[in-house]
Write a new protein. Structure first.
Length: 457
């Protein structure tokens, strides 16, 4: 390692029966040996090629060392492996596995791009290019699931807003009173097919810190819905949203397109009056049982800006906690579904809570909030590249569903399959990756490798 801040040799005098020395001097070795599964997954998806095709390289060809495809792939693979910081590029430039991921010779192949080169690439991002990349990402994800699920009855689209705290002078970063700090407010779209437990990322849009909840939601739905109708002409489409999206414009769009919808609605005086006939009996029940009581009902509710009344599902609830006064806690959902109120609320709306887990994976495992570039569009590119890394990880999750790693989220998947110490040995005829014999997930790794096209030697 070249970083002078890291000791080259560390001596532990009292941890074993003889002096123990640790040194970072192993040539042709990597800590991301399992990452070749990522490039195998991409070969089947075609995601990175699709994203690269949207980028116009305006650089002088005689001065180009790293193609835009290599820069994009280097960044996506690094994020998927747990190296989201652009500064990580300098330390990974000679990593044999990361060179192999880009199709270079792991021993003699040229160094990968440095941090300044990566930074210049990110700052070339422009709105038209980023829009095209968003289309390419969505098209790739939808095409993948069209191959996987030819008979789909229902596709549920979830849109979620999350906060991305900012530090410094990023463009369009604003102080948000709700979150009490400066931030961006990214919008993330996921798809659920029939009754599957997993949501699949299909879109990620960076938005200013002062953006309204619905900003960008309409345009995103207008892009996604035609793509889904073309790919799955027989499937019903359902849009599921939280209360921040309950605006006249969103309802008008949902009804004009003819999709099913389930949208939460914030409490107000009129809704409280509609809920009272259901809440009142529960107060007596709670007074007797000293336990929370819940029931379900419905009403026809019309806000002042709505052209007509809409069906409103009411979850009437009185919450009881020991030592506290009982508290009314009614909840409301606007929908055009016809099933019973309890089924709509518990089986349809509450299921959207799983999409929060996708946000946690994006933020905690893939550093979705690493938007520290000065330019807003450069940060949108980072969001898109992180989304692409997540799509590759979700492909591994799909392949792992028939293994011991079924249901594993990205941190567990990375620990078991990607972050594996390896020594790379190249001969005239082949490249051999020597993994630790004691690796606890060796059988699962081989099983996934075969699923992605590998054969037993």
């Amino acid at each position: 390692m070249n970083d002078s801040t890291i000791a080259q040799t560390v001596l532990f005098a009292d941890l074993a029966d003889r002096p123990l020395i640790a040194t970072f001097d192993q040539p042709h070795a990597s800590s991301d040996g399992g990452a070749i599964l990522l490039t195998a997954a991409d070969r089947r998806l075609g995601l990175l090629d699709a994203l690269t095709a949207t980028i116009l390289d305006a650089r002088a060809s005689t001065r180009v060392t790293h193609s835009v495809g290599d820069l994009l792939a280097q960044r996506v693979f690094a994020i998927a492996c747990g190296h989201p910081d652009g500064n990580d590029a300098d330390r990974l430039a000679d990593d044999p596995i990361h060179k192999l991921l880009l199709g270079r010779d792991p021993i003699d192949g040229g160094r990968l791009a440095s941090q300044p080169t990566i930074s210049r690439f990110e700052h070339t991002a422009a709105p038209r290019m980023l829009l095209a990349m968003g289309h390419a990402l969505a098209d790739t994800v939808i095409a993948r699931h069209r191959r996987r699920r030819r008979r789909v009855r229902l596709i549920t689209i979830d849109l979620d807003v999350t906060e991305d705290q900012t530090h410094g002078a990023q463009q369009l970063s604003f102080f948000n009173g709700f979150y009490d700090h400066w931030c961006y407010l990214p919008l993330v779209g996921t798809l659920t097919f029939d009754d599957e437990a997993r949501q699949y990322l299909v879109a990620a849009m960076l938005r200013p810190g002062n953006a309204g909840n619905t900003a960008g939601a309409g345009s995103l739905l207008r892009r996604l819905l035609p793509k889904l109708w073309r790919a799955f002409p027989r499937a019903r489409l359902r849009v599921r949203l939280d209360a921040g999206f309950a605006t006249p414009e969103i309802f008008a769009l949902l009804e004009a397109t003819g999709v099913e919808y389930v949208v939460a609605m914030g409490n107000n005086a009129v809704l409280a009056r509609h809920a009272e006939p259901y809440v009142a009996p529960l107060r007596a029940v709670v007074a007797t049982t000293h336990d929370t009581a819940t029931s379900y009902g419905e009403a026809a509710y019309q806000a002042g800006t709505w052209p007509a009344a809409r069906r409103t599902i009411i979850k009437a609830e009185v919450v009881w906690h020991h030592g506290r006064e009982p508290r009314d806690n009614p909840r409301f959902v606007i929908t055009n579904l016809r099933q019973t109120p309890e089924w709509i609320y518990t089986h349809v709306y509450c299921a959207r809570g799983d999409s929060e887990n996708r946000l946690k994976e994006l933020k905690d495992a893939l550093a979705f909030g690493r938007t520290s570039c000065t330019r807003f569009w450069a940060n949108q590119l980072r969001i898109t590249l992180t989304a692409a890394a997540f799509v590759l990880c979700q492909e591994l999750q799909l392949r792992a569903d028939r293994t011991a790693l079924r249901g594993a989220q990205v941190p567990r998947l990375r620990q078991a399959l990607i972050t594996i110490g390896v020594q790379v040995v190249r001969s005239v005829r082949r490249i051999v990756l020597h993994f630790p014999r004691s690796h606890p997930n060796a059988a699962t790794w081989a099983q996934l490798a075969r699923a992605l096209g590998a054969v037993l030697a």
